[in-house]
Design a protein around this ligand. Structure first.
Ligand SMILES: [Zn+2]
Length: 399
């Protein structure tokens, strides 16, 4: 009995000691955590000193002309009679709020003032930009069902051409980028309409709009593009900005049909991130560059954290020379997916700090790409490609 009592007493004492330790622990843990963090920071510093390699390419002279951004998005929920819509799925997705924030609007504002507010804010920010002078705003067609009608259930995100054409016409620094699903029964008339209403290109997202660019049935559409001299800006590579995608349709090799027919094709973000037939999509694109003088690519969204290696590869690839166009992929450049802090081995701390403190999303984007060594030719290319000549202040840009 006495033994049992002693054991119990010992147990209580042990418990009390442990408990006291338990109370002390948080400070001890914090100290350990702080020590750990200091060691980690030192390690990162040392690694940086050892592995710092500077910009991907030698930094060229700053491009002095205004830049023409050929790849910008808008969005809409249908407010203000825009005709836009976002699927319930995307609306409930975490990305929806990120996008709204990136556009610099709140849902309440959009509901009150209409989707037009997004384009108004966009035009203002481009106007405020010291580097970008004008931008193409892209419409976004949806999935077309077997009945030839827009399949709203399978369309995540819809921005009508009529809406973008009308809104961009209000601002001298915005241009209309059409989007036409070739499966629409009146696709050719729509192409003509787009051209007559100032469209500078036609944008496809094959993996989202369920378009197979290699389908023979699309030949009339391609011939009409050639006739109207409308380039096709098409997404290739994996698509992660939406909730689901059919990535096999984004294989660059499927673009051989329009290329053979003479369509000017611009492959968005150099087909980075996807793969098909056991090969990286970007490699499948590179293999086609020399064959087709009418094949181009844009570098939009390539500073995103998930594409870092691709930007370096693209800039180093000689076959891309003369074929790359600057695009921002706004609003993505204005989200946490893009930051100069993701380039600690290529930018100095001062550069990362200076660039991240730039308020204007386009200026920040250009400065970041420039600091990484993107050559002047890429910034100059869109204006040349689309025949943009810069006006003196106050005039409407001509093309
Ligand atoms: Zn885009």
């Amino acid at each position: 009995m006495r033994l049992a009592k002693r054991k119990l007493k010992n147990a209580i004492v042990t418990y009390e000691i442990e408990n006291t330790n338990e109370q002390r622990k948080p400070t001890g843990r914090l100290t350990r955590l702080a020590k750990g963090l200091v060691i980690l920071a030192l390690l990162i510093l040392v690694m940086r000193l050892v592995f710092f390699s500077g910009p991907y390419q030698p930094v060229a002279k700053r491009y002095a002309e205004p830049i023409f951004d050929m790849h910008c998005h808008t969005a809409g929920i249908g407010a203000g009679g825009s005709g836009c819509f976002v699927s319930k799925e995307l609306r409930n997705n975490f990305r929806f709020n990120i996008y709204l924030k990136a556009f610099g609007v709140t849902l309440a504002e959009v509901e009150a003032k209409g989707d037009q507010l997004l384009i108004e804010r966009l035009a203002k920010r481009v106007e405020e930009s010291e580097r970008v002078g004008a931008a193409i705003i892209l419409a976004m067609d949806g999935v077309i069902g077997d009945d030839g009608k827009l399949d709203r259930d399978r369309t995540e995100f819809f921005i009508p051409n009529e809406y973008v054409a009308k809104e961009t016409a209000k601002y001298p620094n915005l241009r209309f980028g059409a989007s036409i699903n070739p499966h629409r029964p009146d696709a050719l008339e729509r192409l003509q309409w787009a051209r007559d209403n100032g469209a500078m290109l036609v944008k496809w997202l094959p993996s989202i709009q369920f378009i197979d660019p290699s389908a023979k049935s699309l030949e009339p559409f391609y011939r009409k593009l050639v006739e109207l001299n409308l380039p096709l800006l098409t997404h290739a590579g994996a698509e992660r900005s939406f909730t689901h995608a059919r990535d096999e349709l984004a294989d660059p090799v499927r673009l051989k049909l329009p290329l053979d027919l003479g369509v000017k094709v611009i492959v968005a973000h150099t087909a980075s991130t996807g793969e098909n037939a056991g090969e990286e999509d970007i490699d499948r694109l590179i293999a086609m560059l020399e064959t087709y003088p009418n094949l181009f690519a844009d570098i939009s969204s390539m500073t995103q954290i998930n594409k870092l290696g691709y930007l370096q590869k693209t800039l180093a690839e000689k076959k891309f020379e003369g074929k790359l166009l600057y695009g921002s992929d706004f609003p993505l450049i204005n989200t946490a997916a893009v930051s100069p802090w993701y380039f600690p081995l290529n930018l100095t701390r001062e550069q990362m700090q200076t660039i991240s403190s730039i308020e204007n999303p386009w200026d920040r984007d250009v400065e970041l790409k420039e600091a990484l060594g993107m050559p002047v030719a890429i910034f100059a290319k869109p204006a040349e490609f689309f025949g943009i000549t810069w006006p003196t202040v106050g005039e409407t840009p001509a093309n």
